[in-house]
Design a protein around this ligand. Structure first.
Ligand SMILES: C[S@@+](CC[C@H](N)C(=O)[O-])C[C@H]1O[C@@H](n2cnc3c(N)ncnc32)[C@H](O)[C@@H]1O
Length: 278
């Protein structure tokens, strides 16, 4: 199986997929959190933002850094729900343009700000944020230790990091990586170059950087219905999606939903939620 080189660079990958993602995933470019299982994807993705927000507890005078902000929906939710100011960063120009366009002229315009940025080199001063919010972007970052170190550096004393993402359920032996090689190559083409770690790894990196873990929770089961909703969106919005992706890309998207379901059920991959204070 060959690899789609455009998926290797996170900026290029999101420049390519963001418009199609809107039809497949919705405004929130992340998984859903399903309390019951019969919720719509919209309800469930907002619920995941709520779960993160319950851990972040932003106050109206807080500055929040949204690292890997997508098209800005979680940032807008935080600003609307809590009245806090949010700066969102992403290396993708398409994400940032879309995030800005949706916010301009809205009542939240003065609270949200979006700029091109890379979590691996953040130009902000030490202790400049009350909250660092990392929602489903860390798997795309090559150096998680750097992400956690930078997050700790940017937090004010008393500040908090909240993070959720796709994670390894357990450390993977080389033979297992080799066994799943084609599946991982498919996920690479569809979702971009990723390096997954375990929830325990994120927690230990947080602690190693002077943060105190407040919650570390495996939410794999609550996120499982996401794939069914993505598939339904792919079927319902096929024509619109094909104006942004080609047939082969869409076929790969369907195949990747099956791969992910197998990984979820087989204990290979899952989803984790972490909160840590400084
Ligand atoms: C799955 S989307 C999640 C978007 C958003 N957090 C949400 O929940 O709607 C991943 C985001 O991470 C961004 N990203 C990828 N690599 C990054 C990096 N090194 N630094 C900052 N953001 C990055 C992508 O451009 C994209 O916006």
């Amino acid at each position: 199986m060959s690899v789609d080189e455009s998926a290797t660079d996170p900026a290029a990958h999101y420049d390519k997929v963001t418009d199609a993602w809107g039809y497949l995933l919705g405004d929130n470019l992340h998984y859903g959190y399903f309390d019951r299982g019969d919720e719509s994807l919209e309800e469930a993705t907002e619920r995941l933002t709520r779960r993160m927000a319950e851990l972040a507890e932003p106050a109206p005078d807080h500055l929040v850094l949204d690292v890997g902000c997508g098209t800005g929906q979680p940032a807008r939710c935080l600003a609307e729900w809590f009245g806090c100011r949010v700066t969102g960063i992403s290396p993708s120009q398409v994400c940032i343009d879309r995030a800005r366009k949706t916010s301009v002229g809205s009542p939240l315009e003065s609270l949200v700000h979006f700029e091109i940025g890379d979590a691996m080199a953040m130009p902000y001063a030490d202790a400049s944020y009350d909250r660092v919010w990392v929602m489903e972007s860390s798997h795309l970052m090559p150096d998680k230790s750097r992400l956690m170190g930078e997050s700790a550096r940017l937090l004010k004393p008393g500040g908090r990091l909240v993070l959720c993402d796709v994670m390894l359920k357990k450390k993977m032996e080389l033979m297992e990586v080799i066994r799943h090689r084609d599946a991982f190559l498919l996920l690479h083409d569809v979702f971009g170059r990723a390096r997954m770690e375990t929830l325990a790894f994120y927690a230990s990196e947080a602690e190693a950087n002077g943060l105190t873990v407040q919650l570390s929770e495996d939410i794999t089961t609550a996120t499982r219905p996401t794939f069914d909703r993505w598939r339904r969106n792919a079927e319902a919005n096929r024509e619109e999606i094909l104006t942004h992706l080609d047939e082969a890309d869409l076929d790969k998207f369907f195949a990747s939903c099956e791969v992910l379901e197998g990984f979820w059920d087989g204990g290979v991959l899952g989803y984790g939620l972490l909160s840590a204070g400084r």
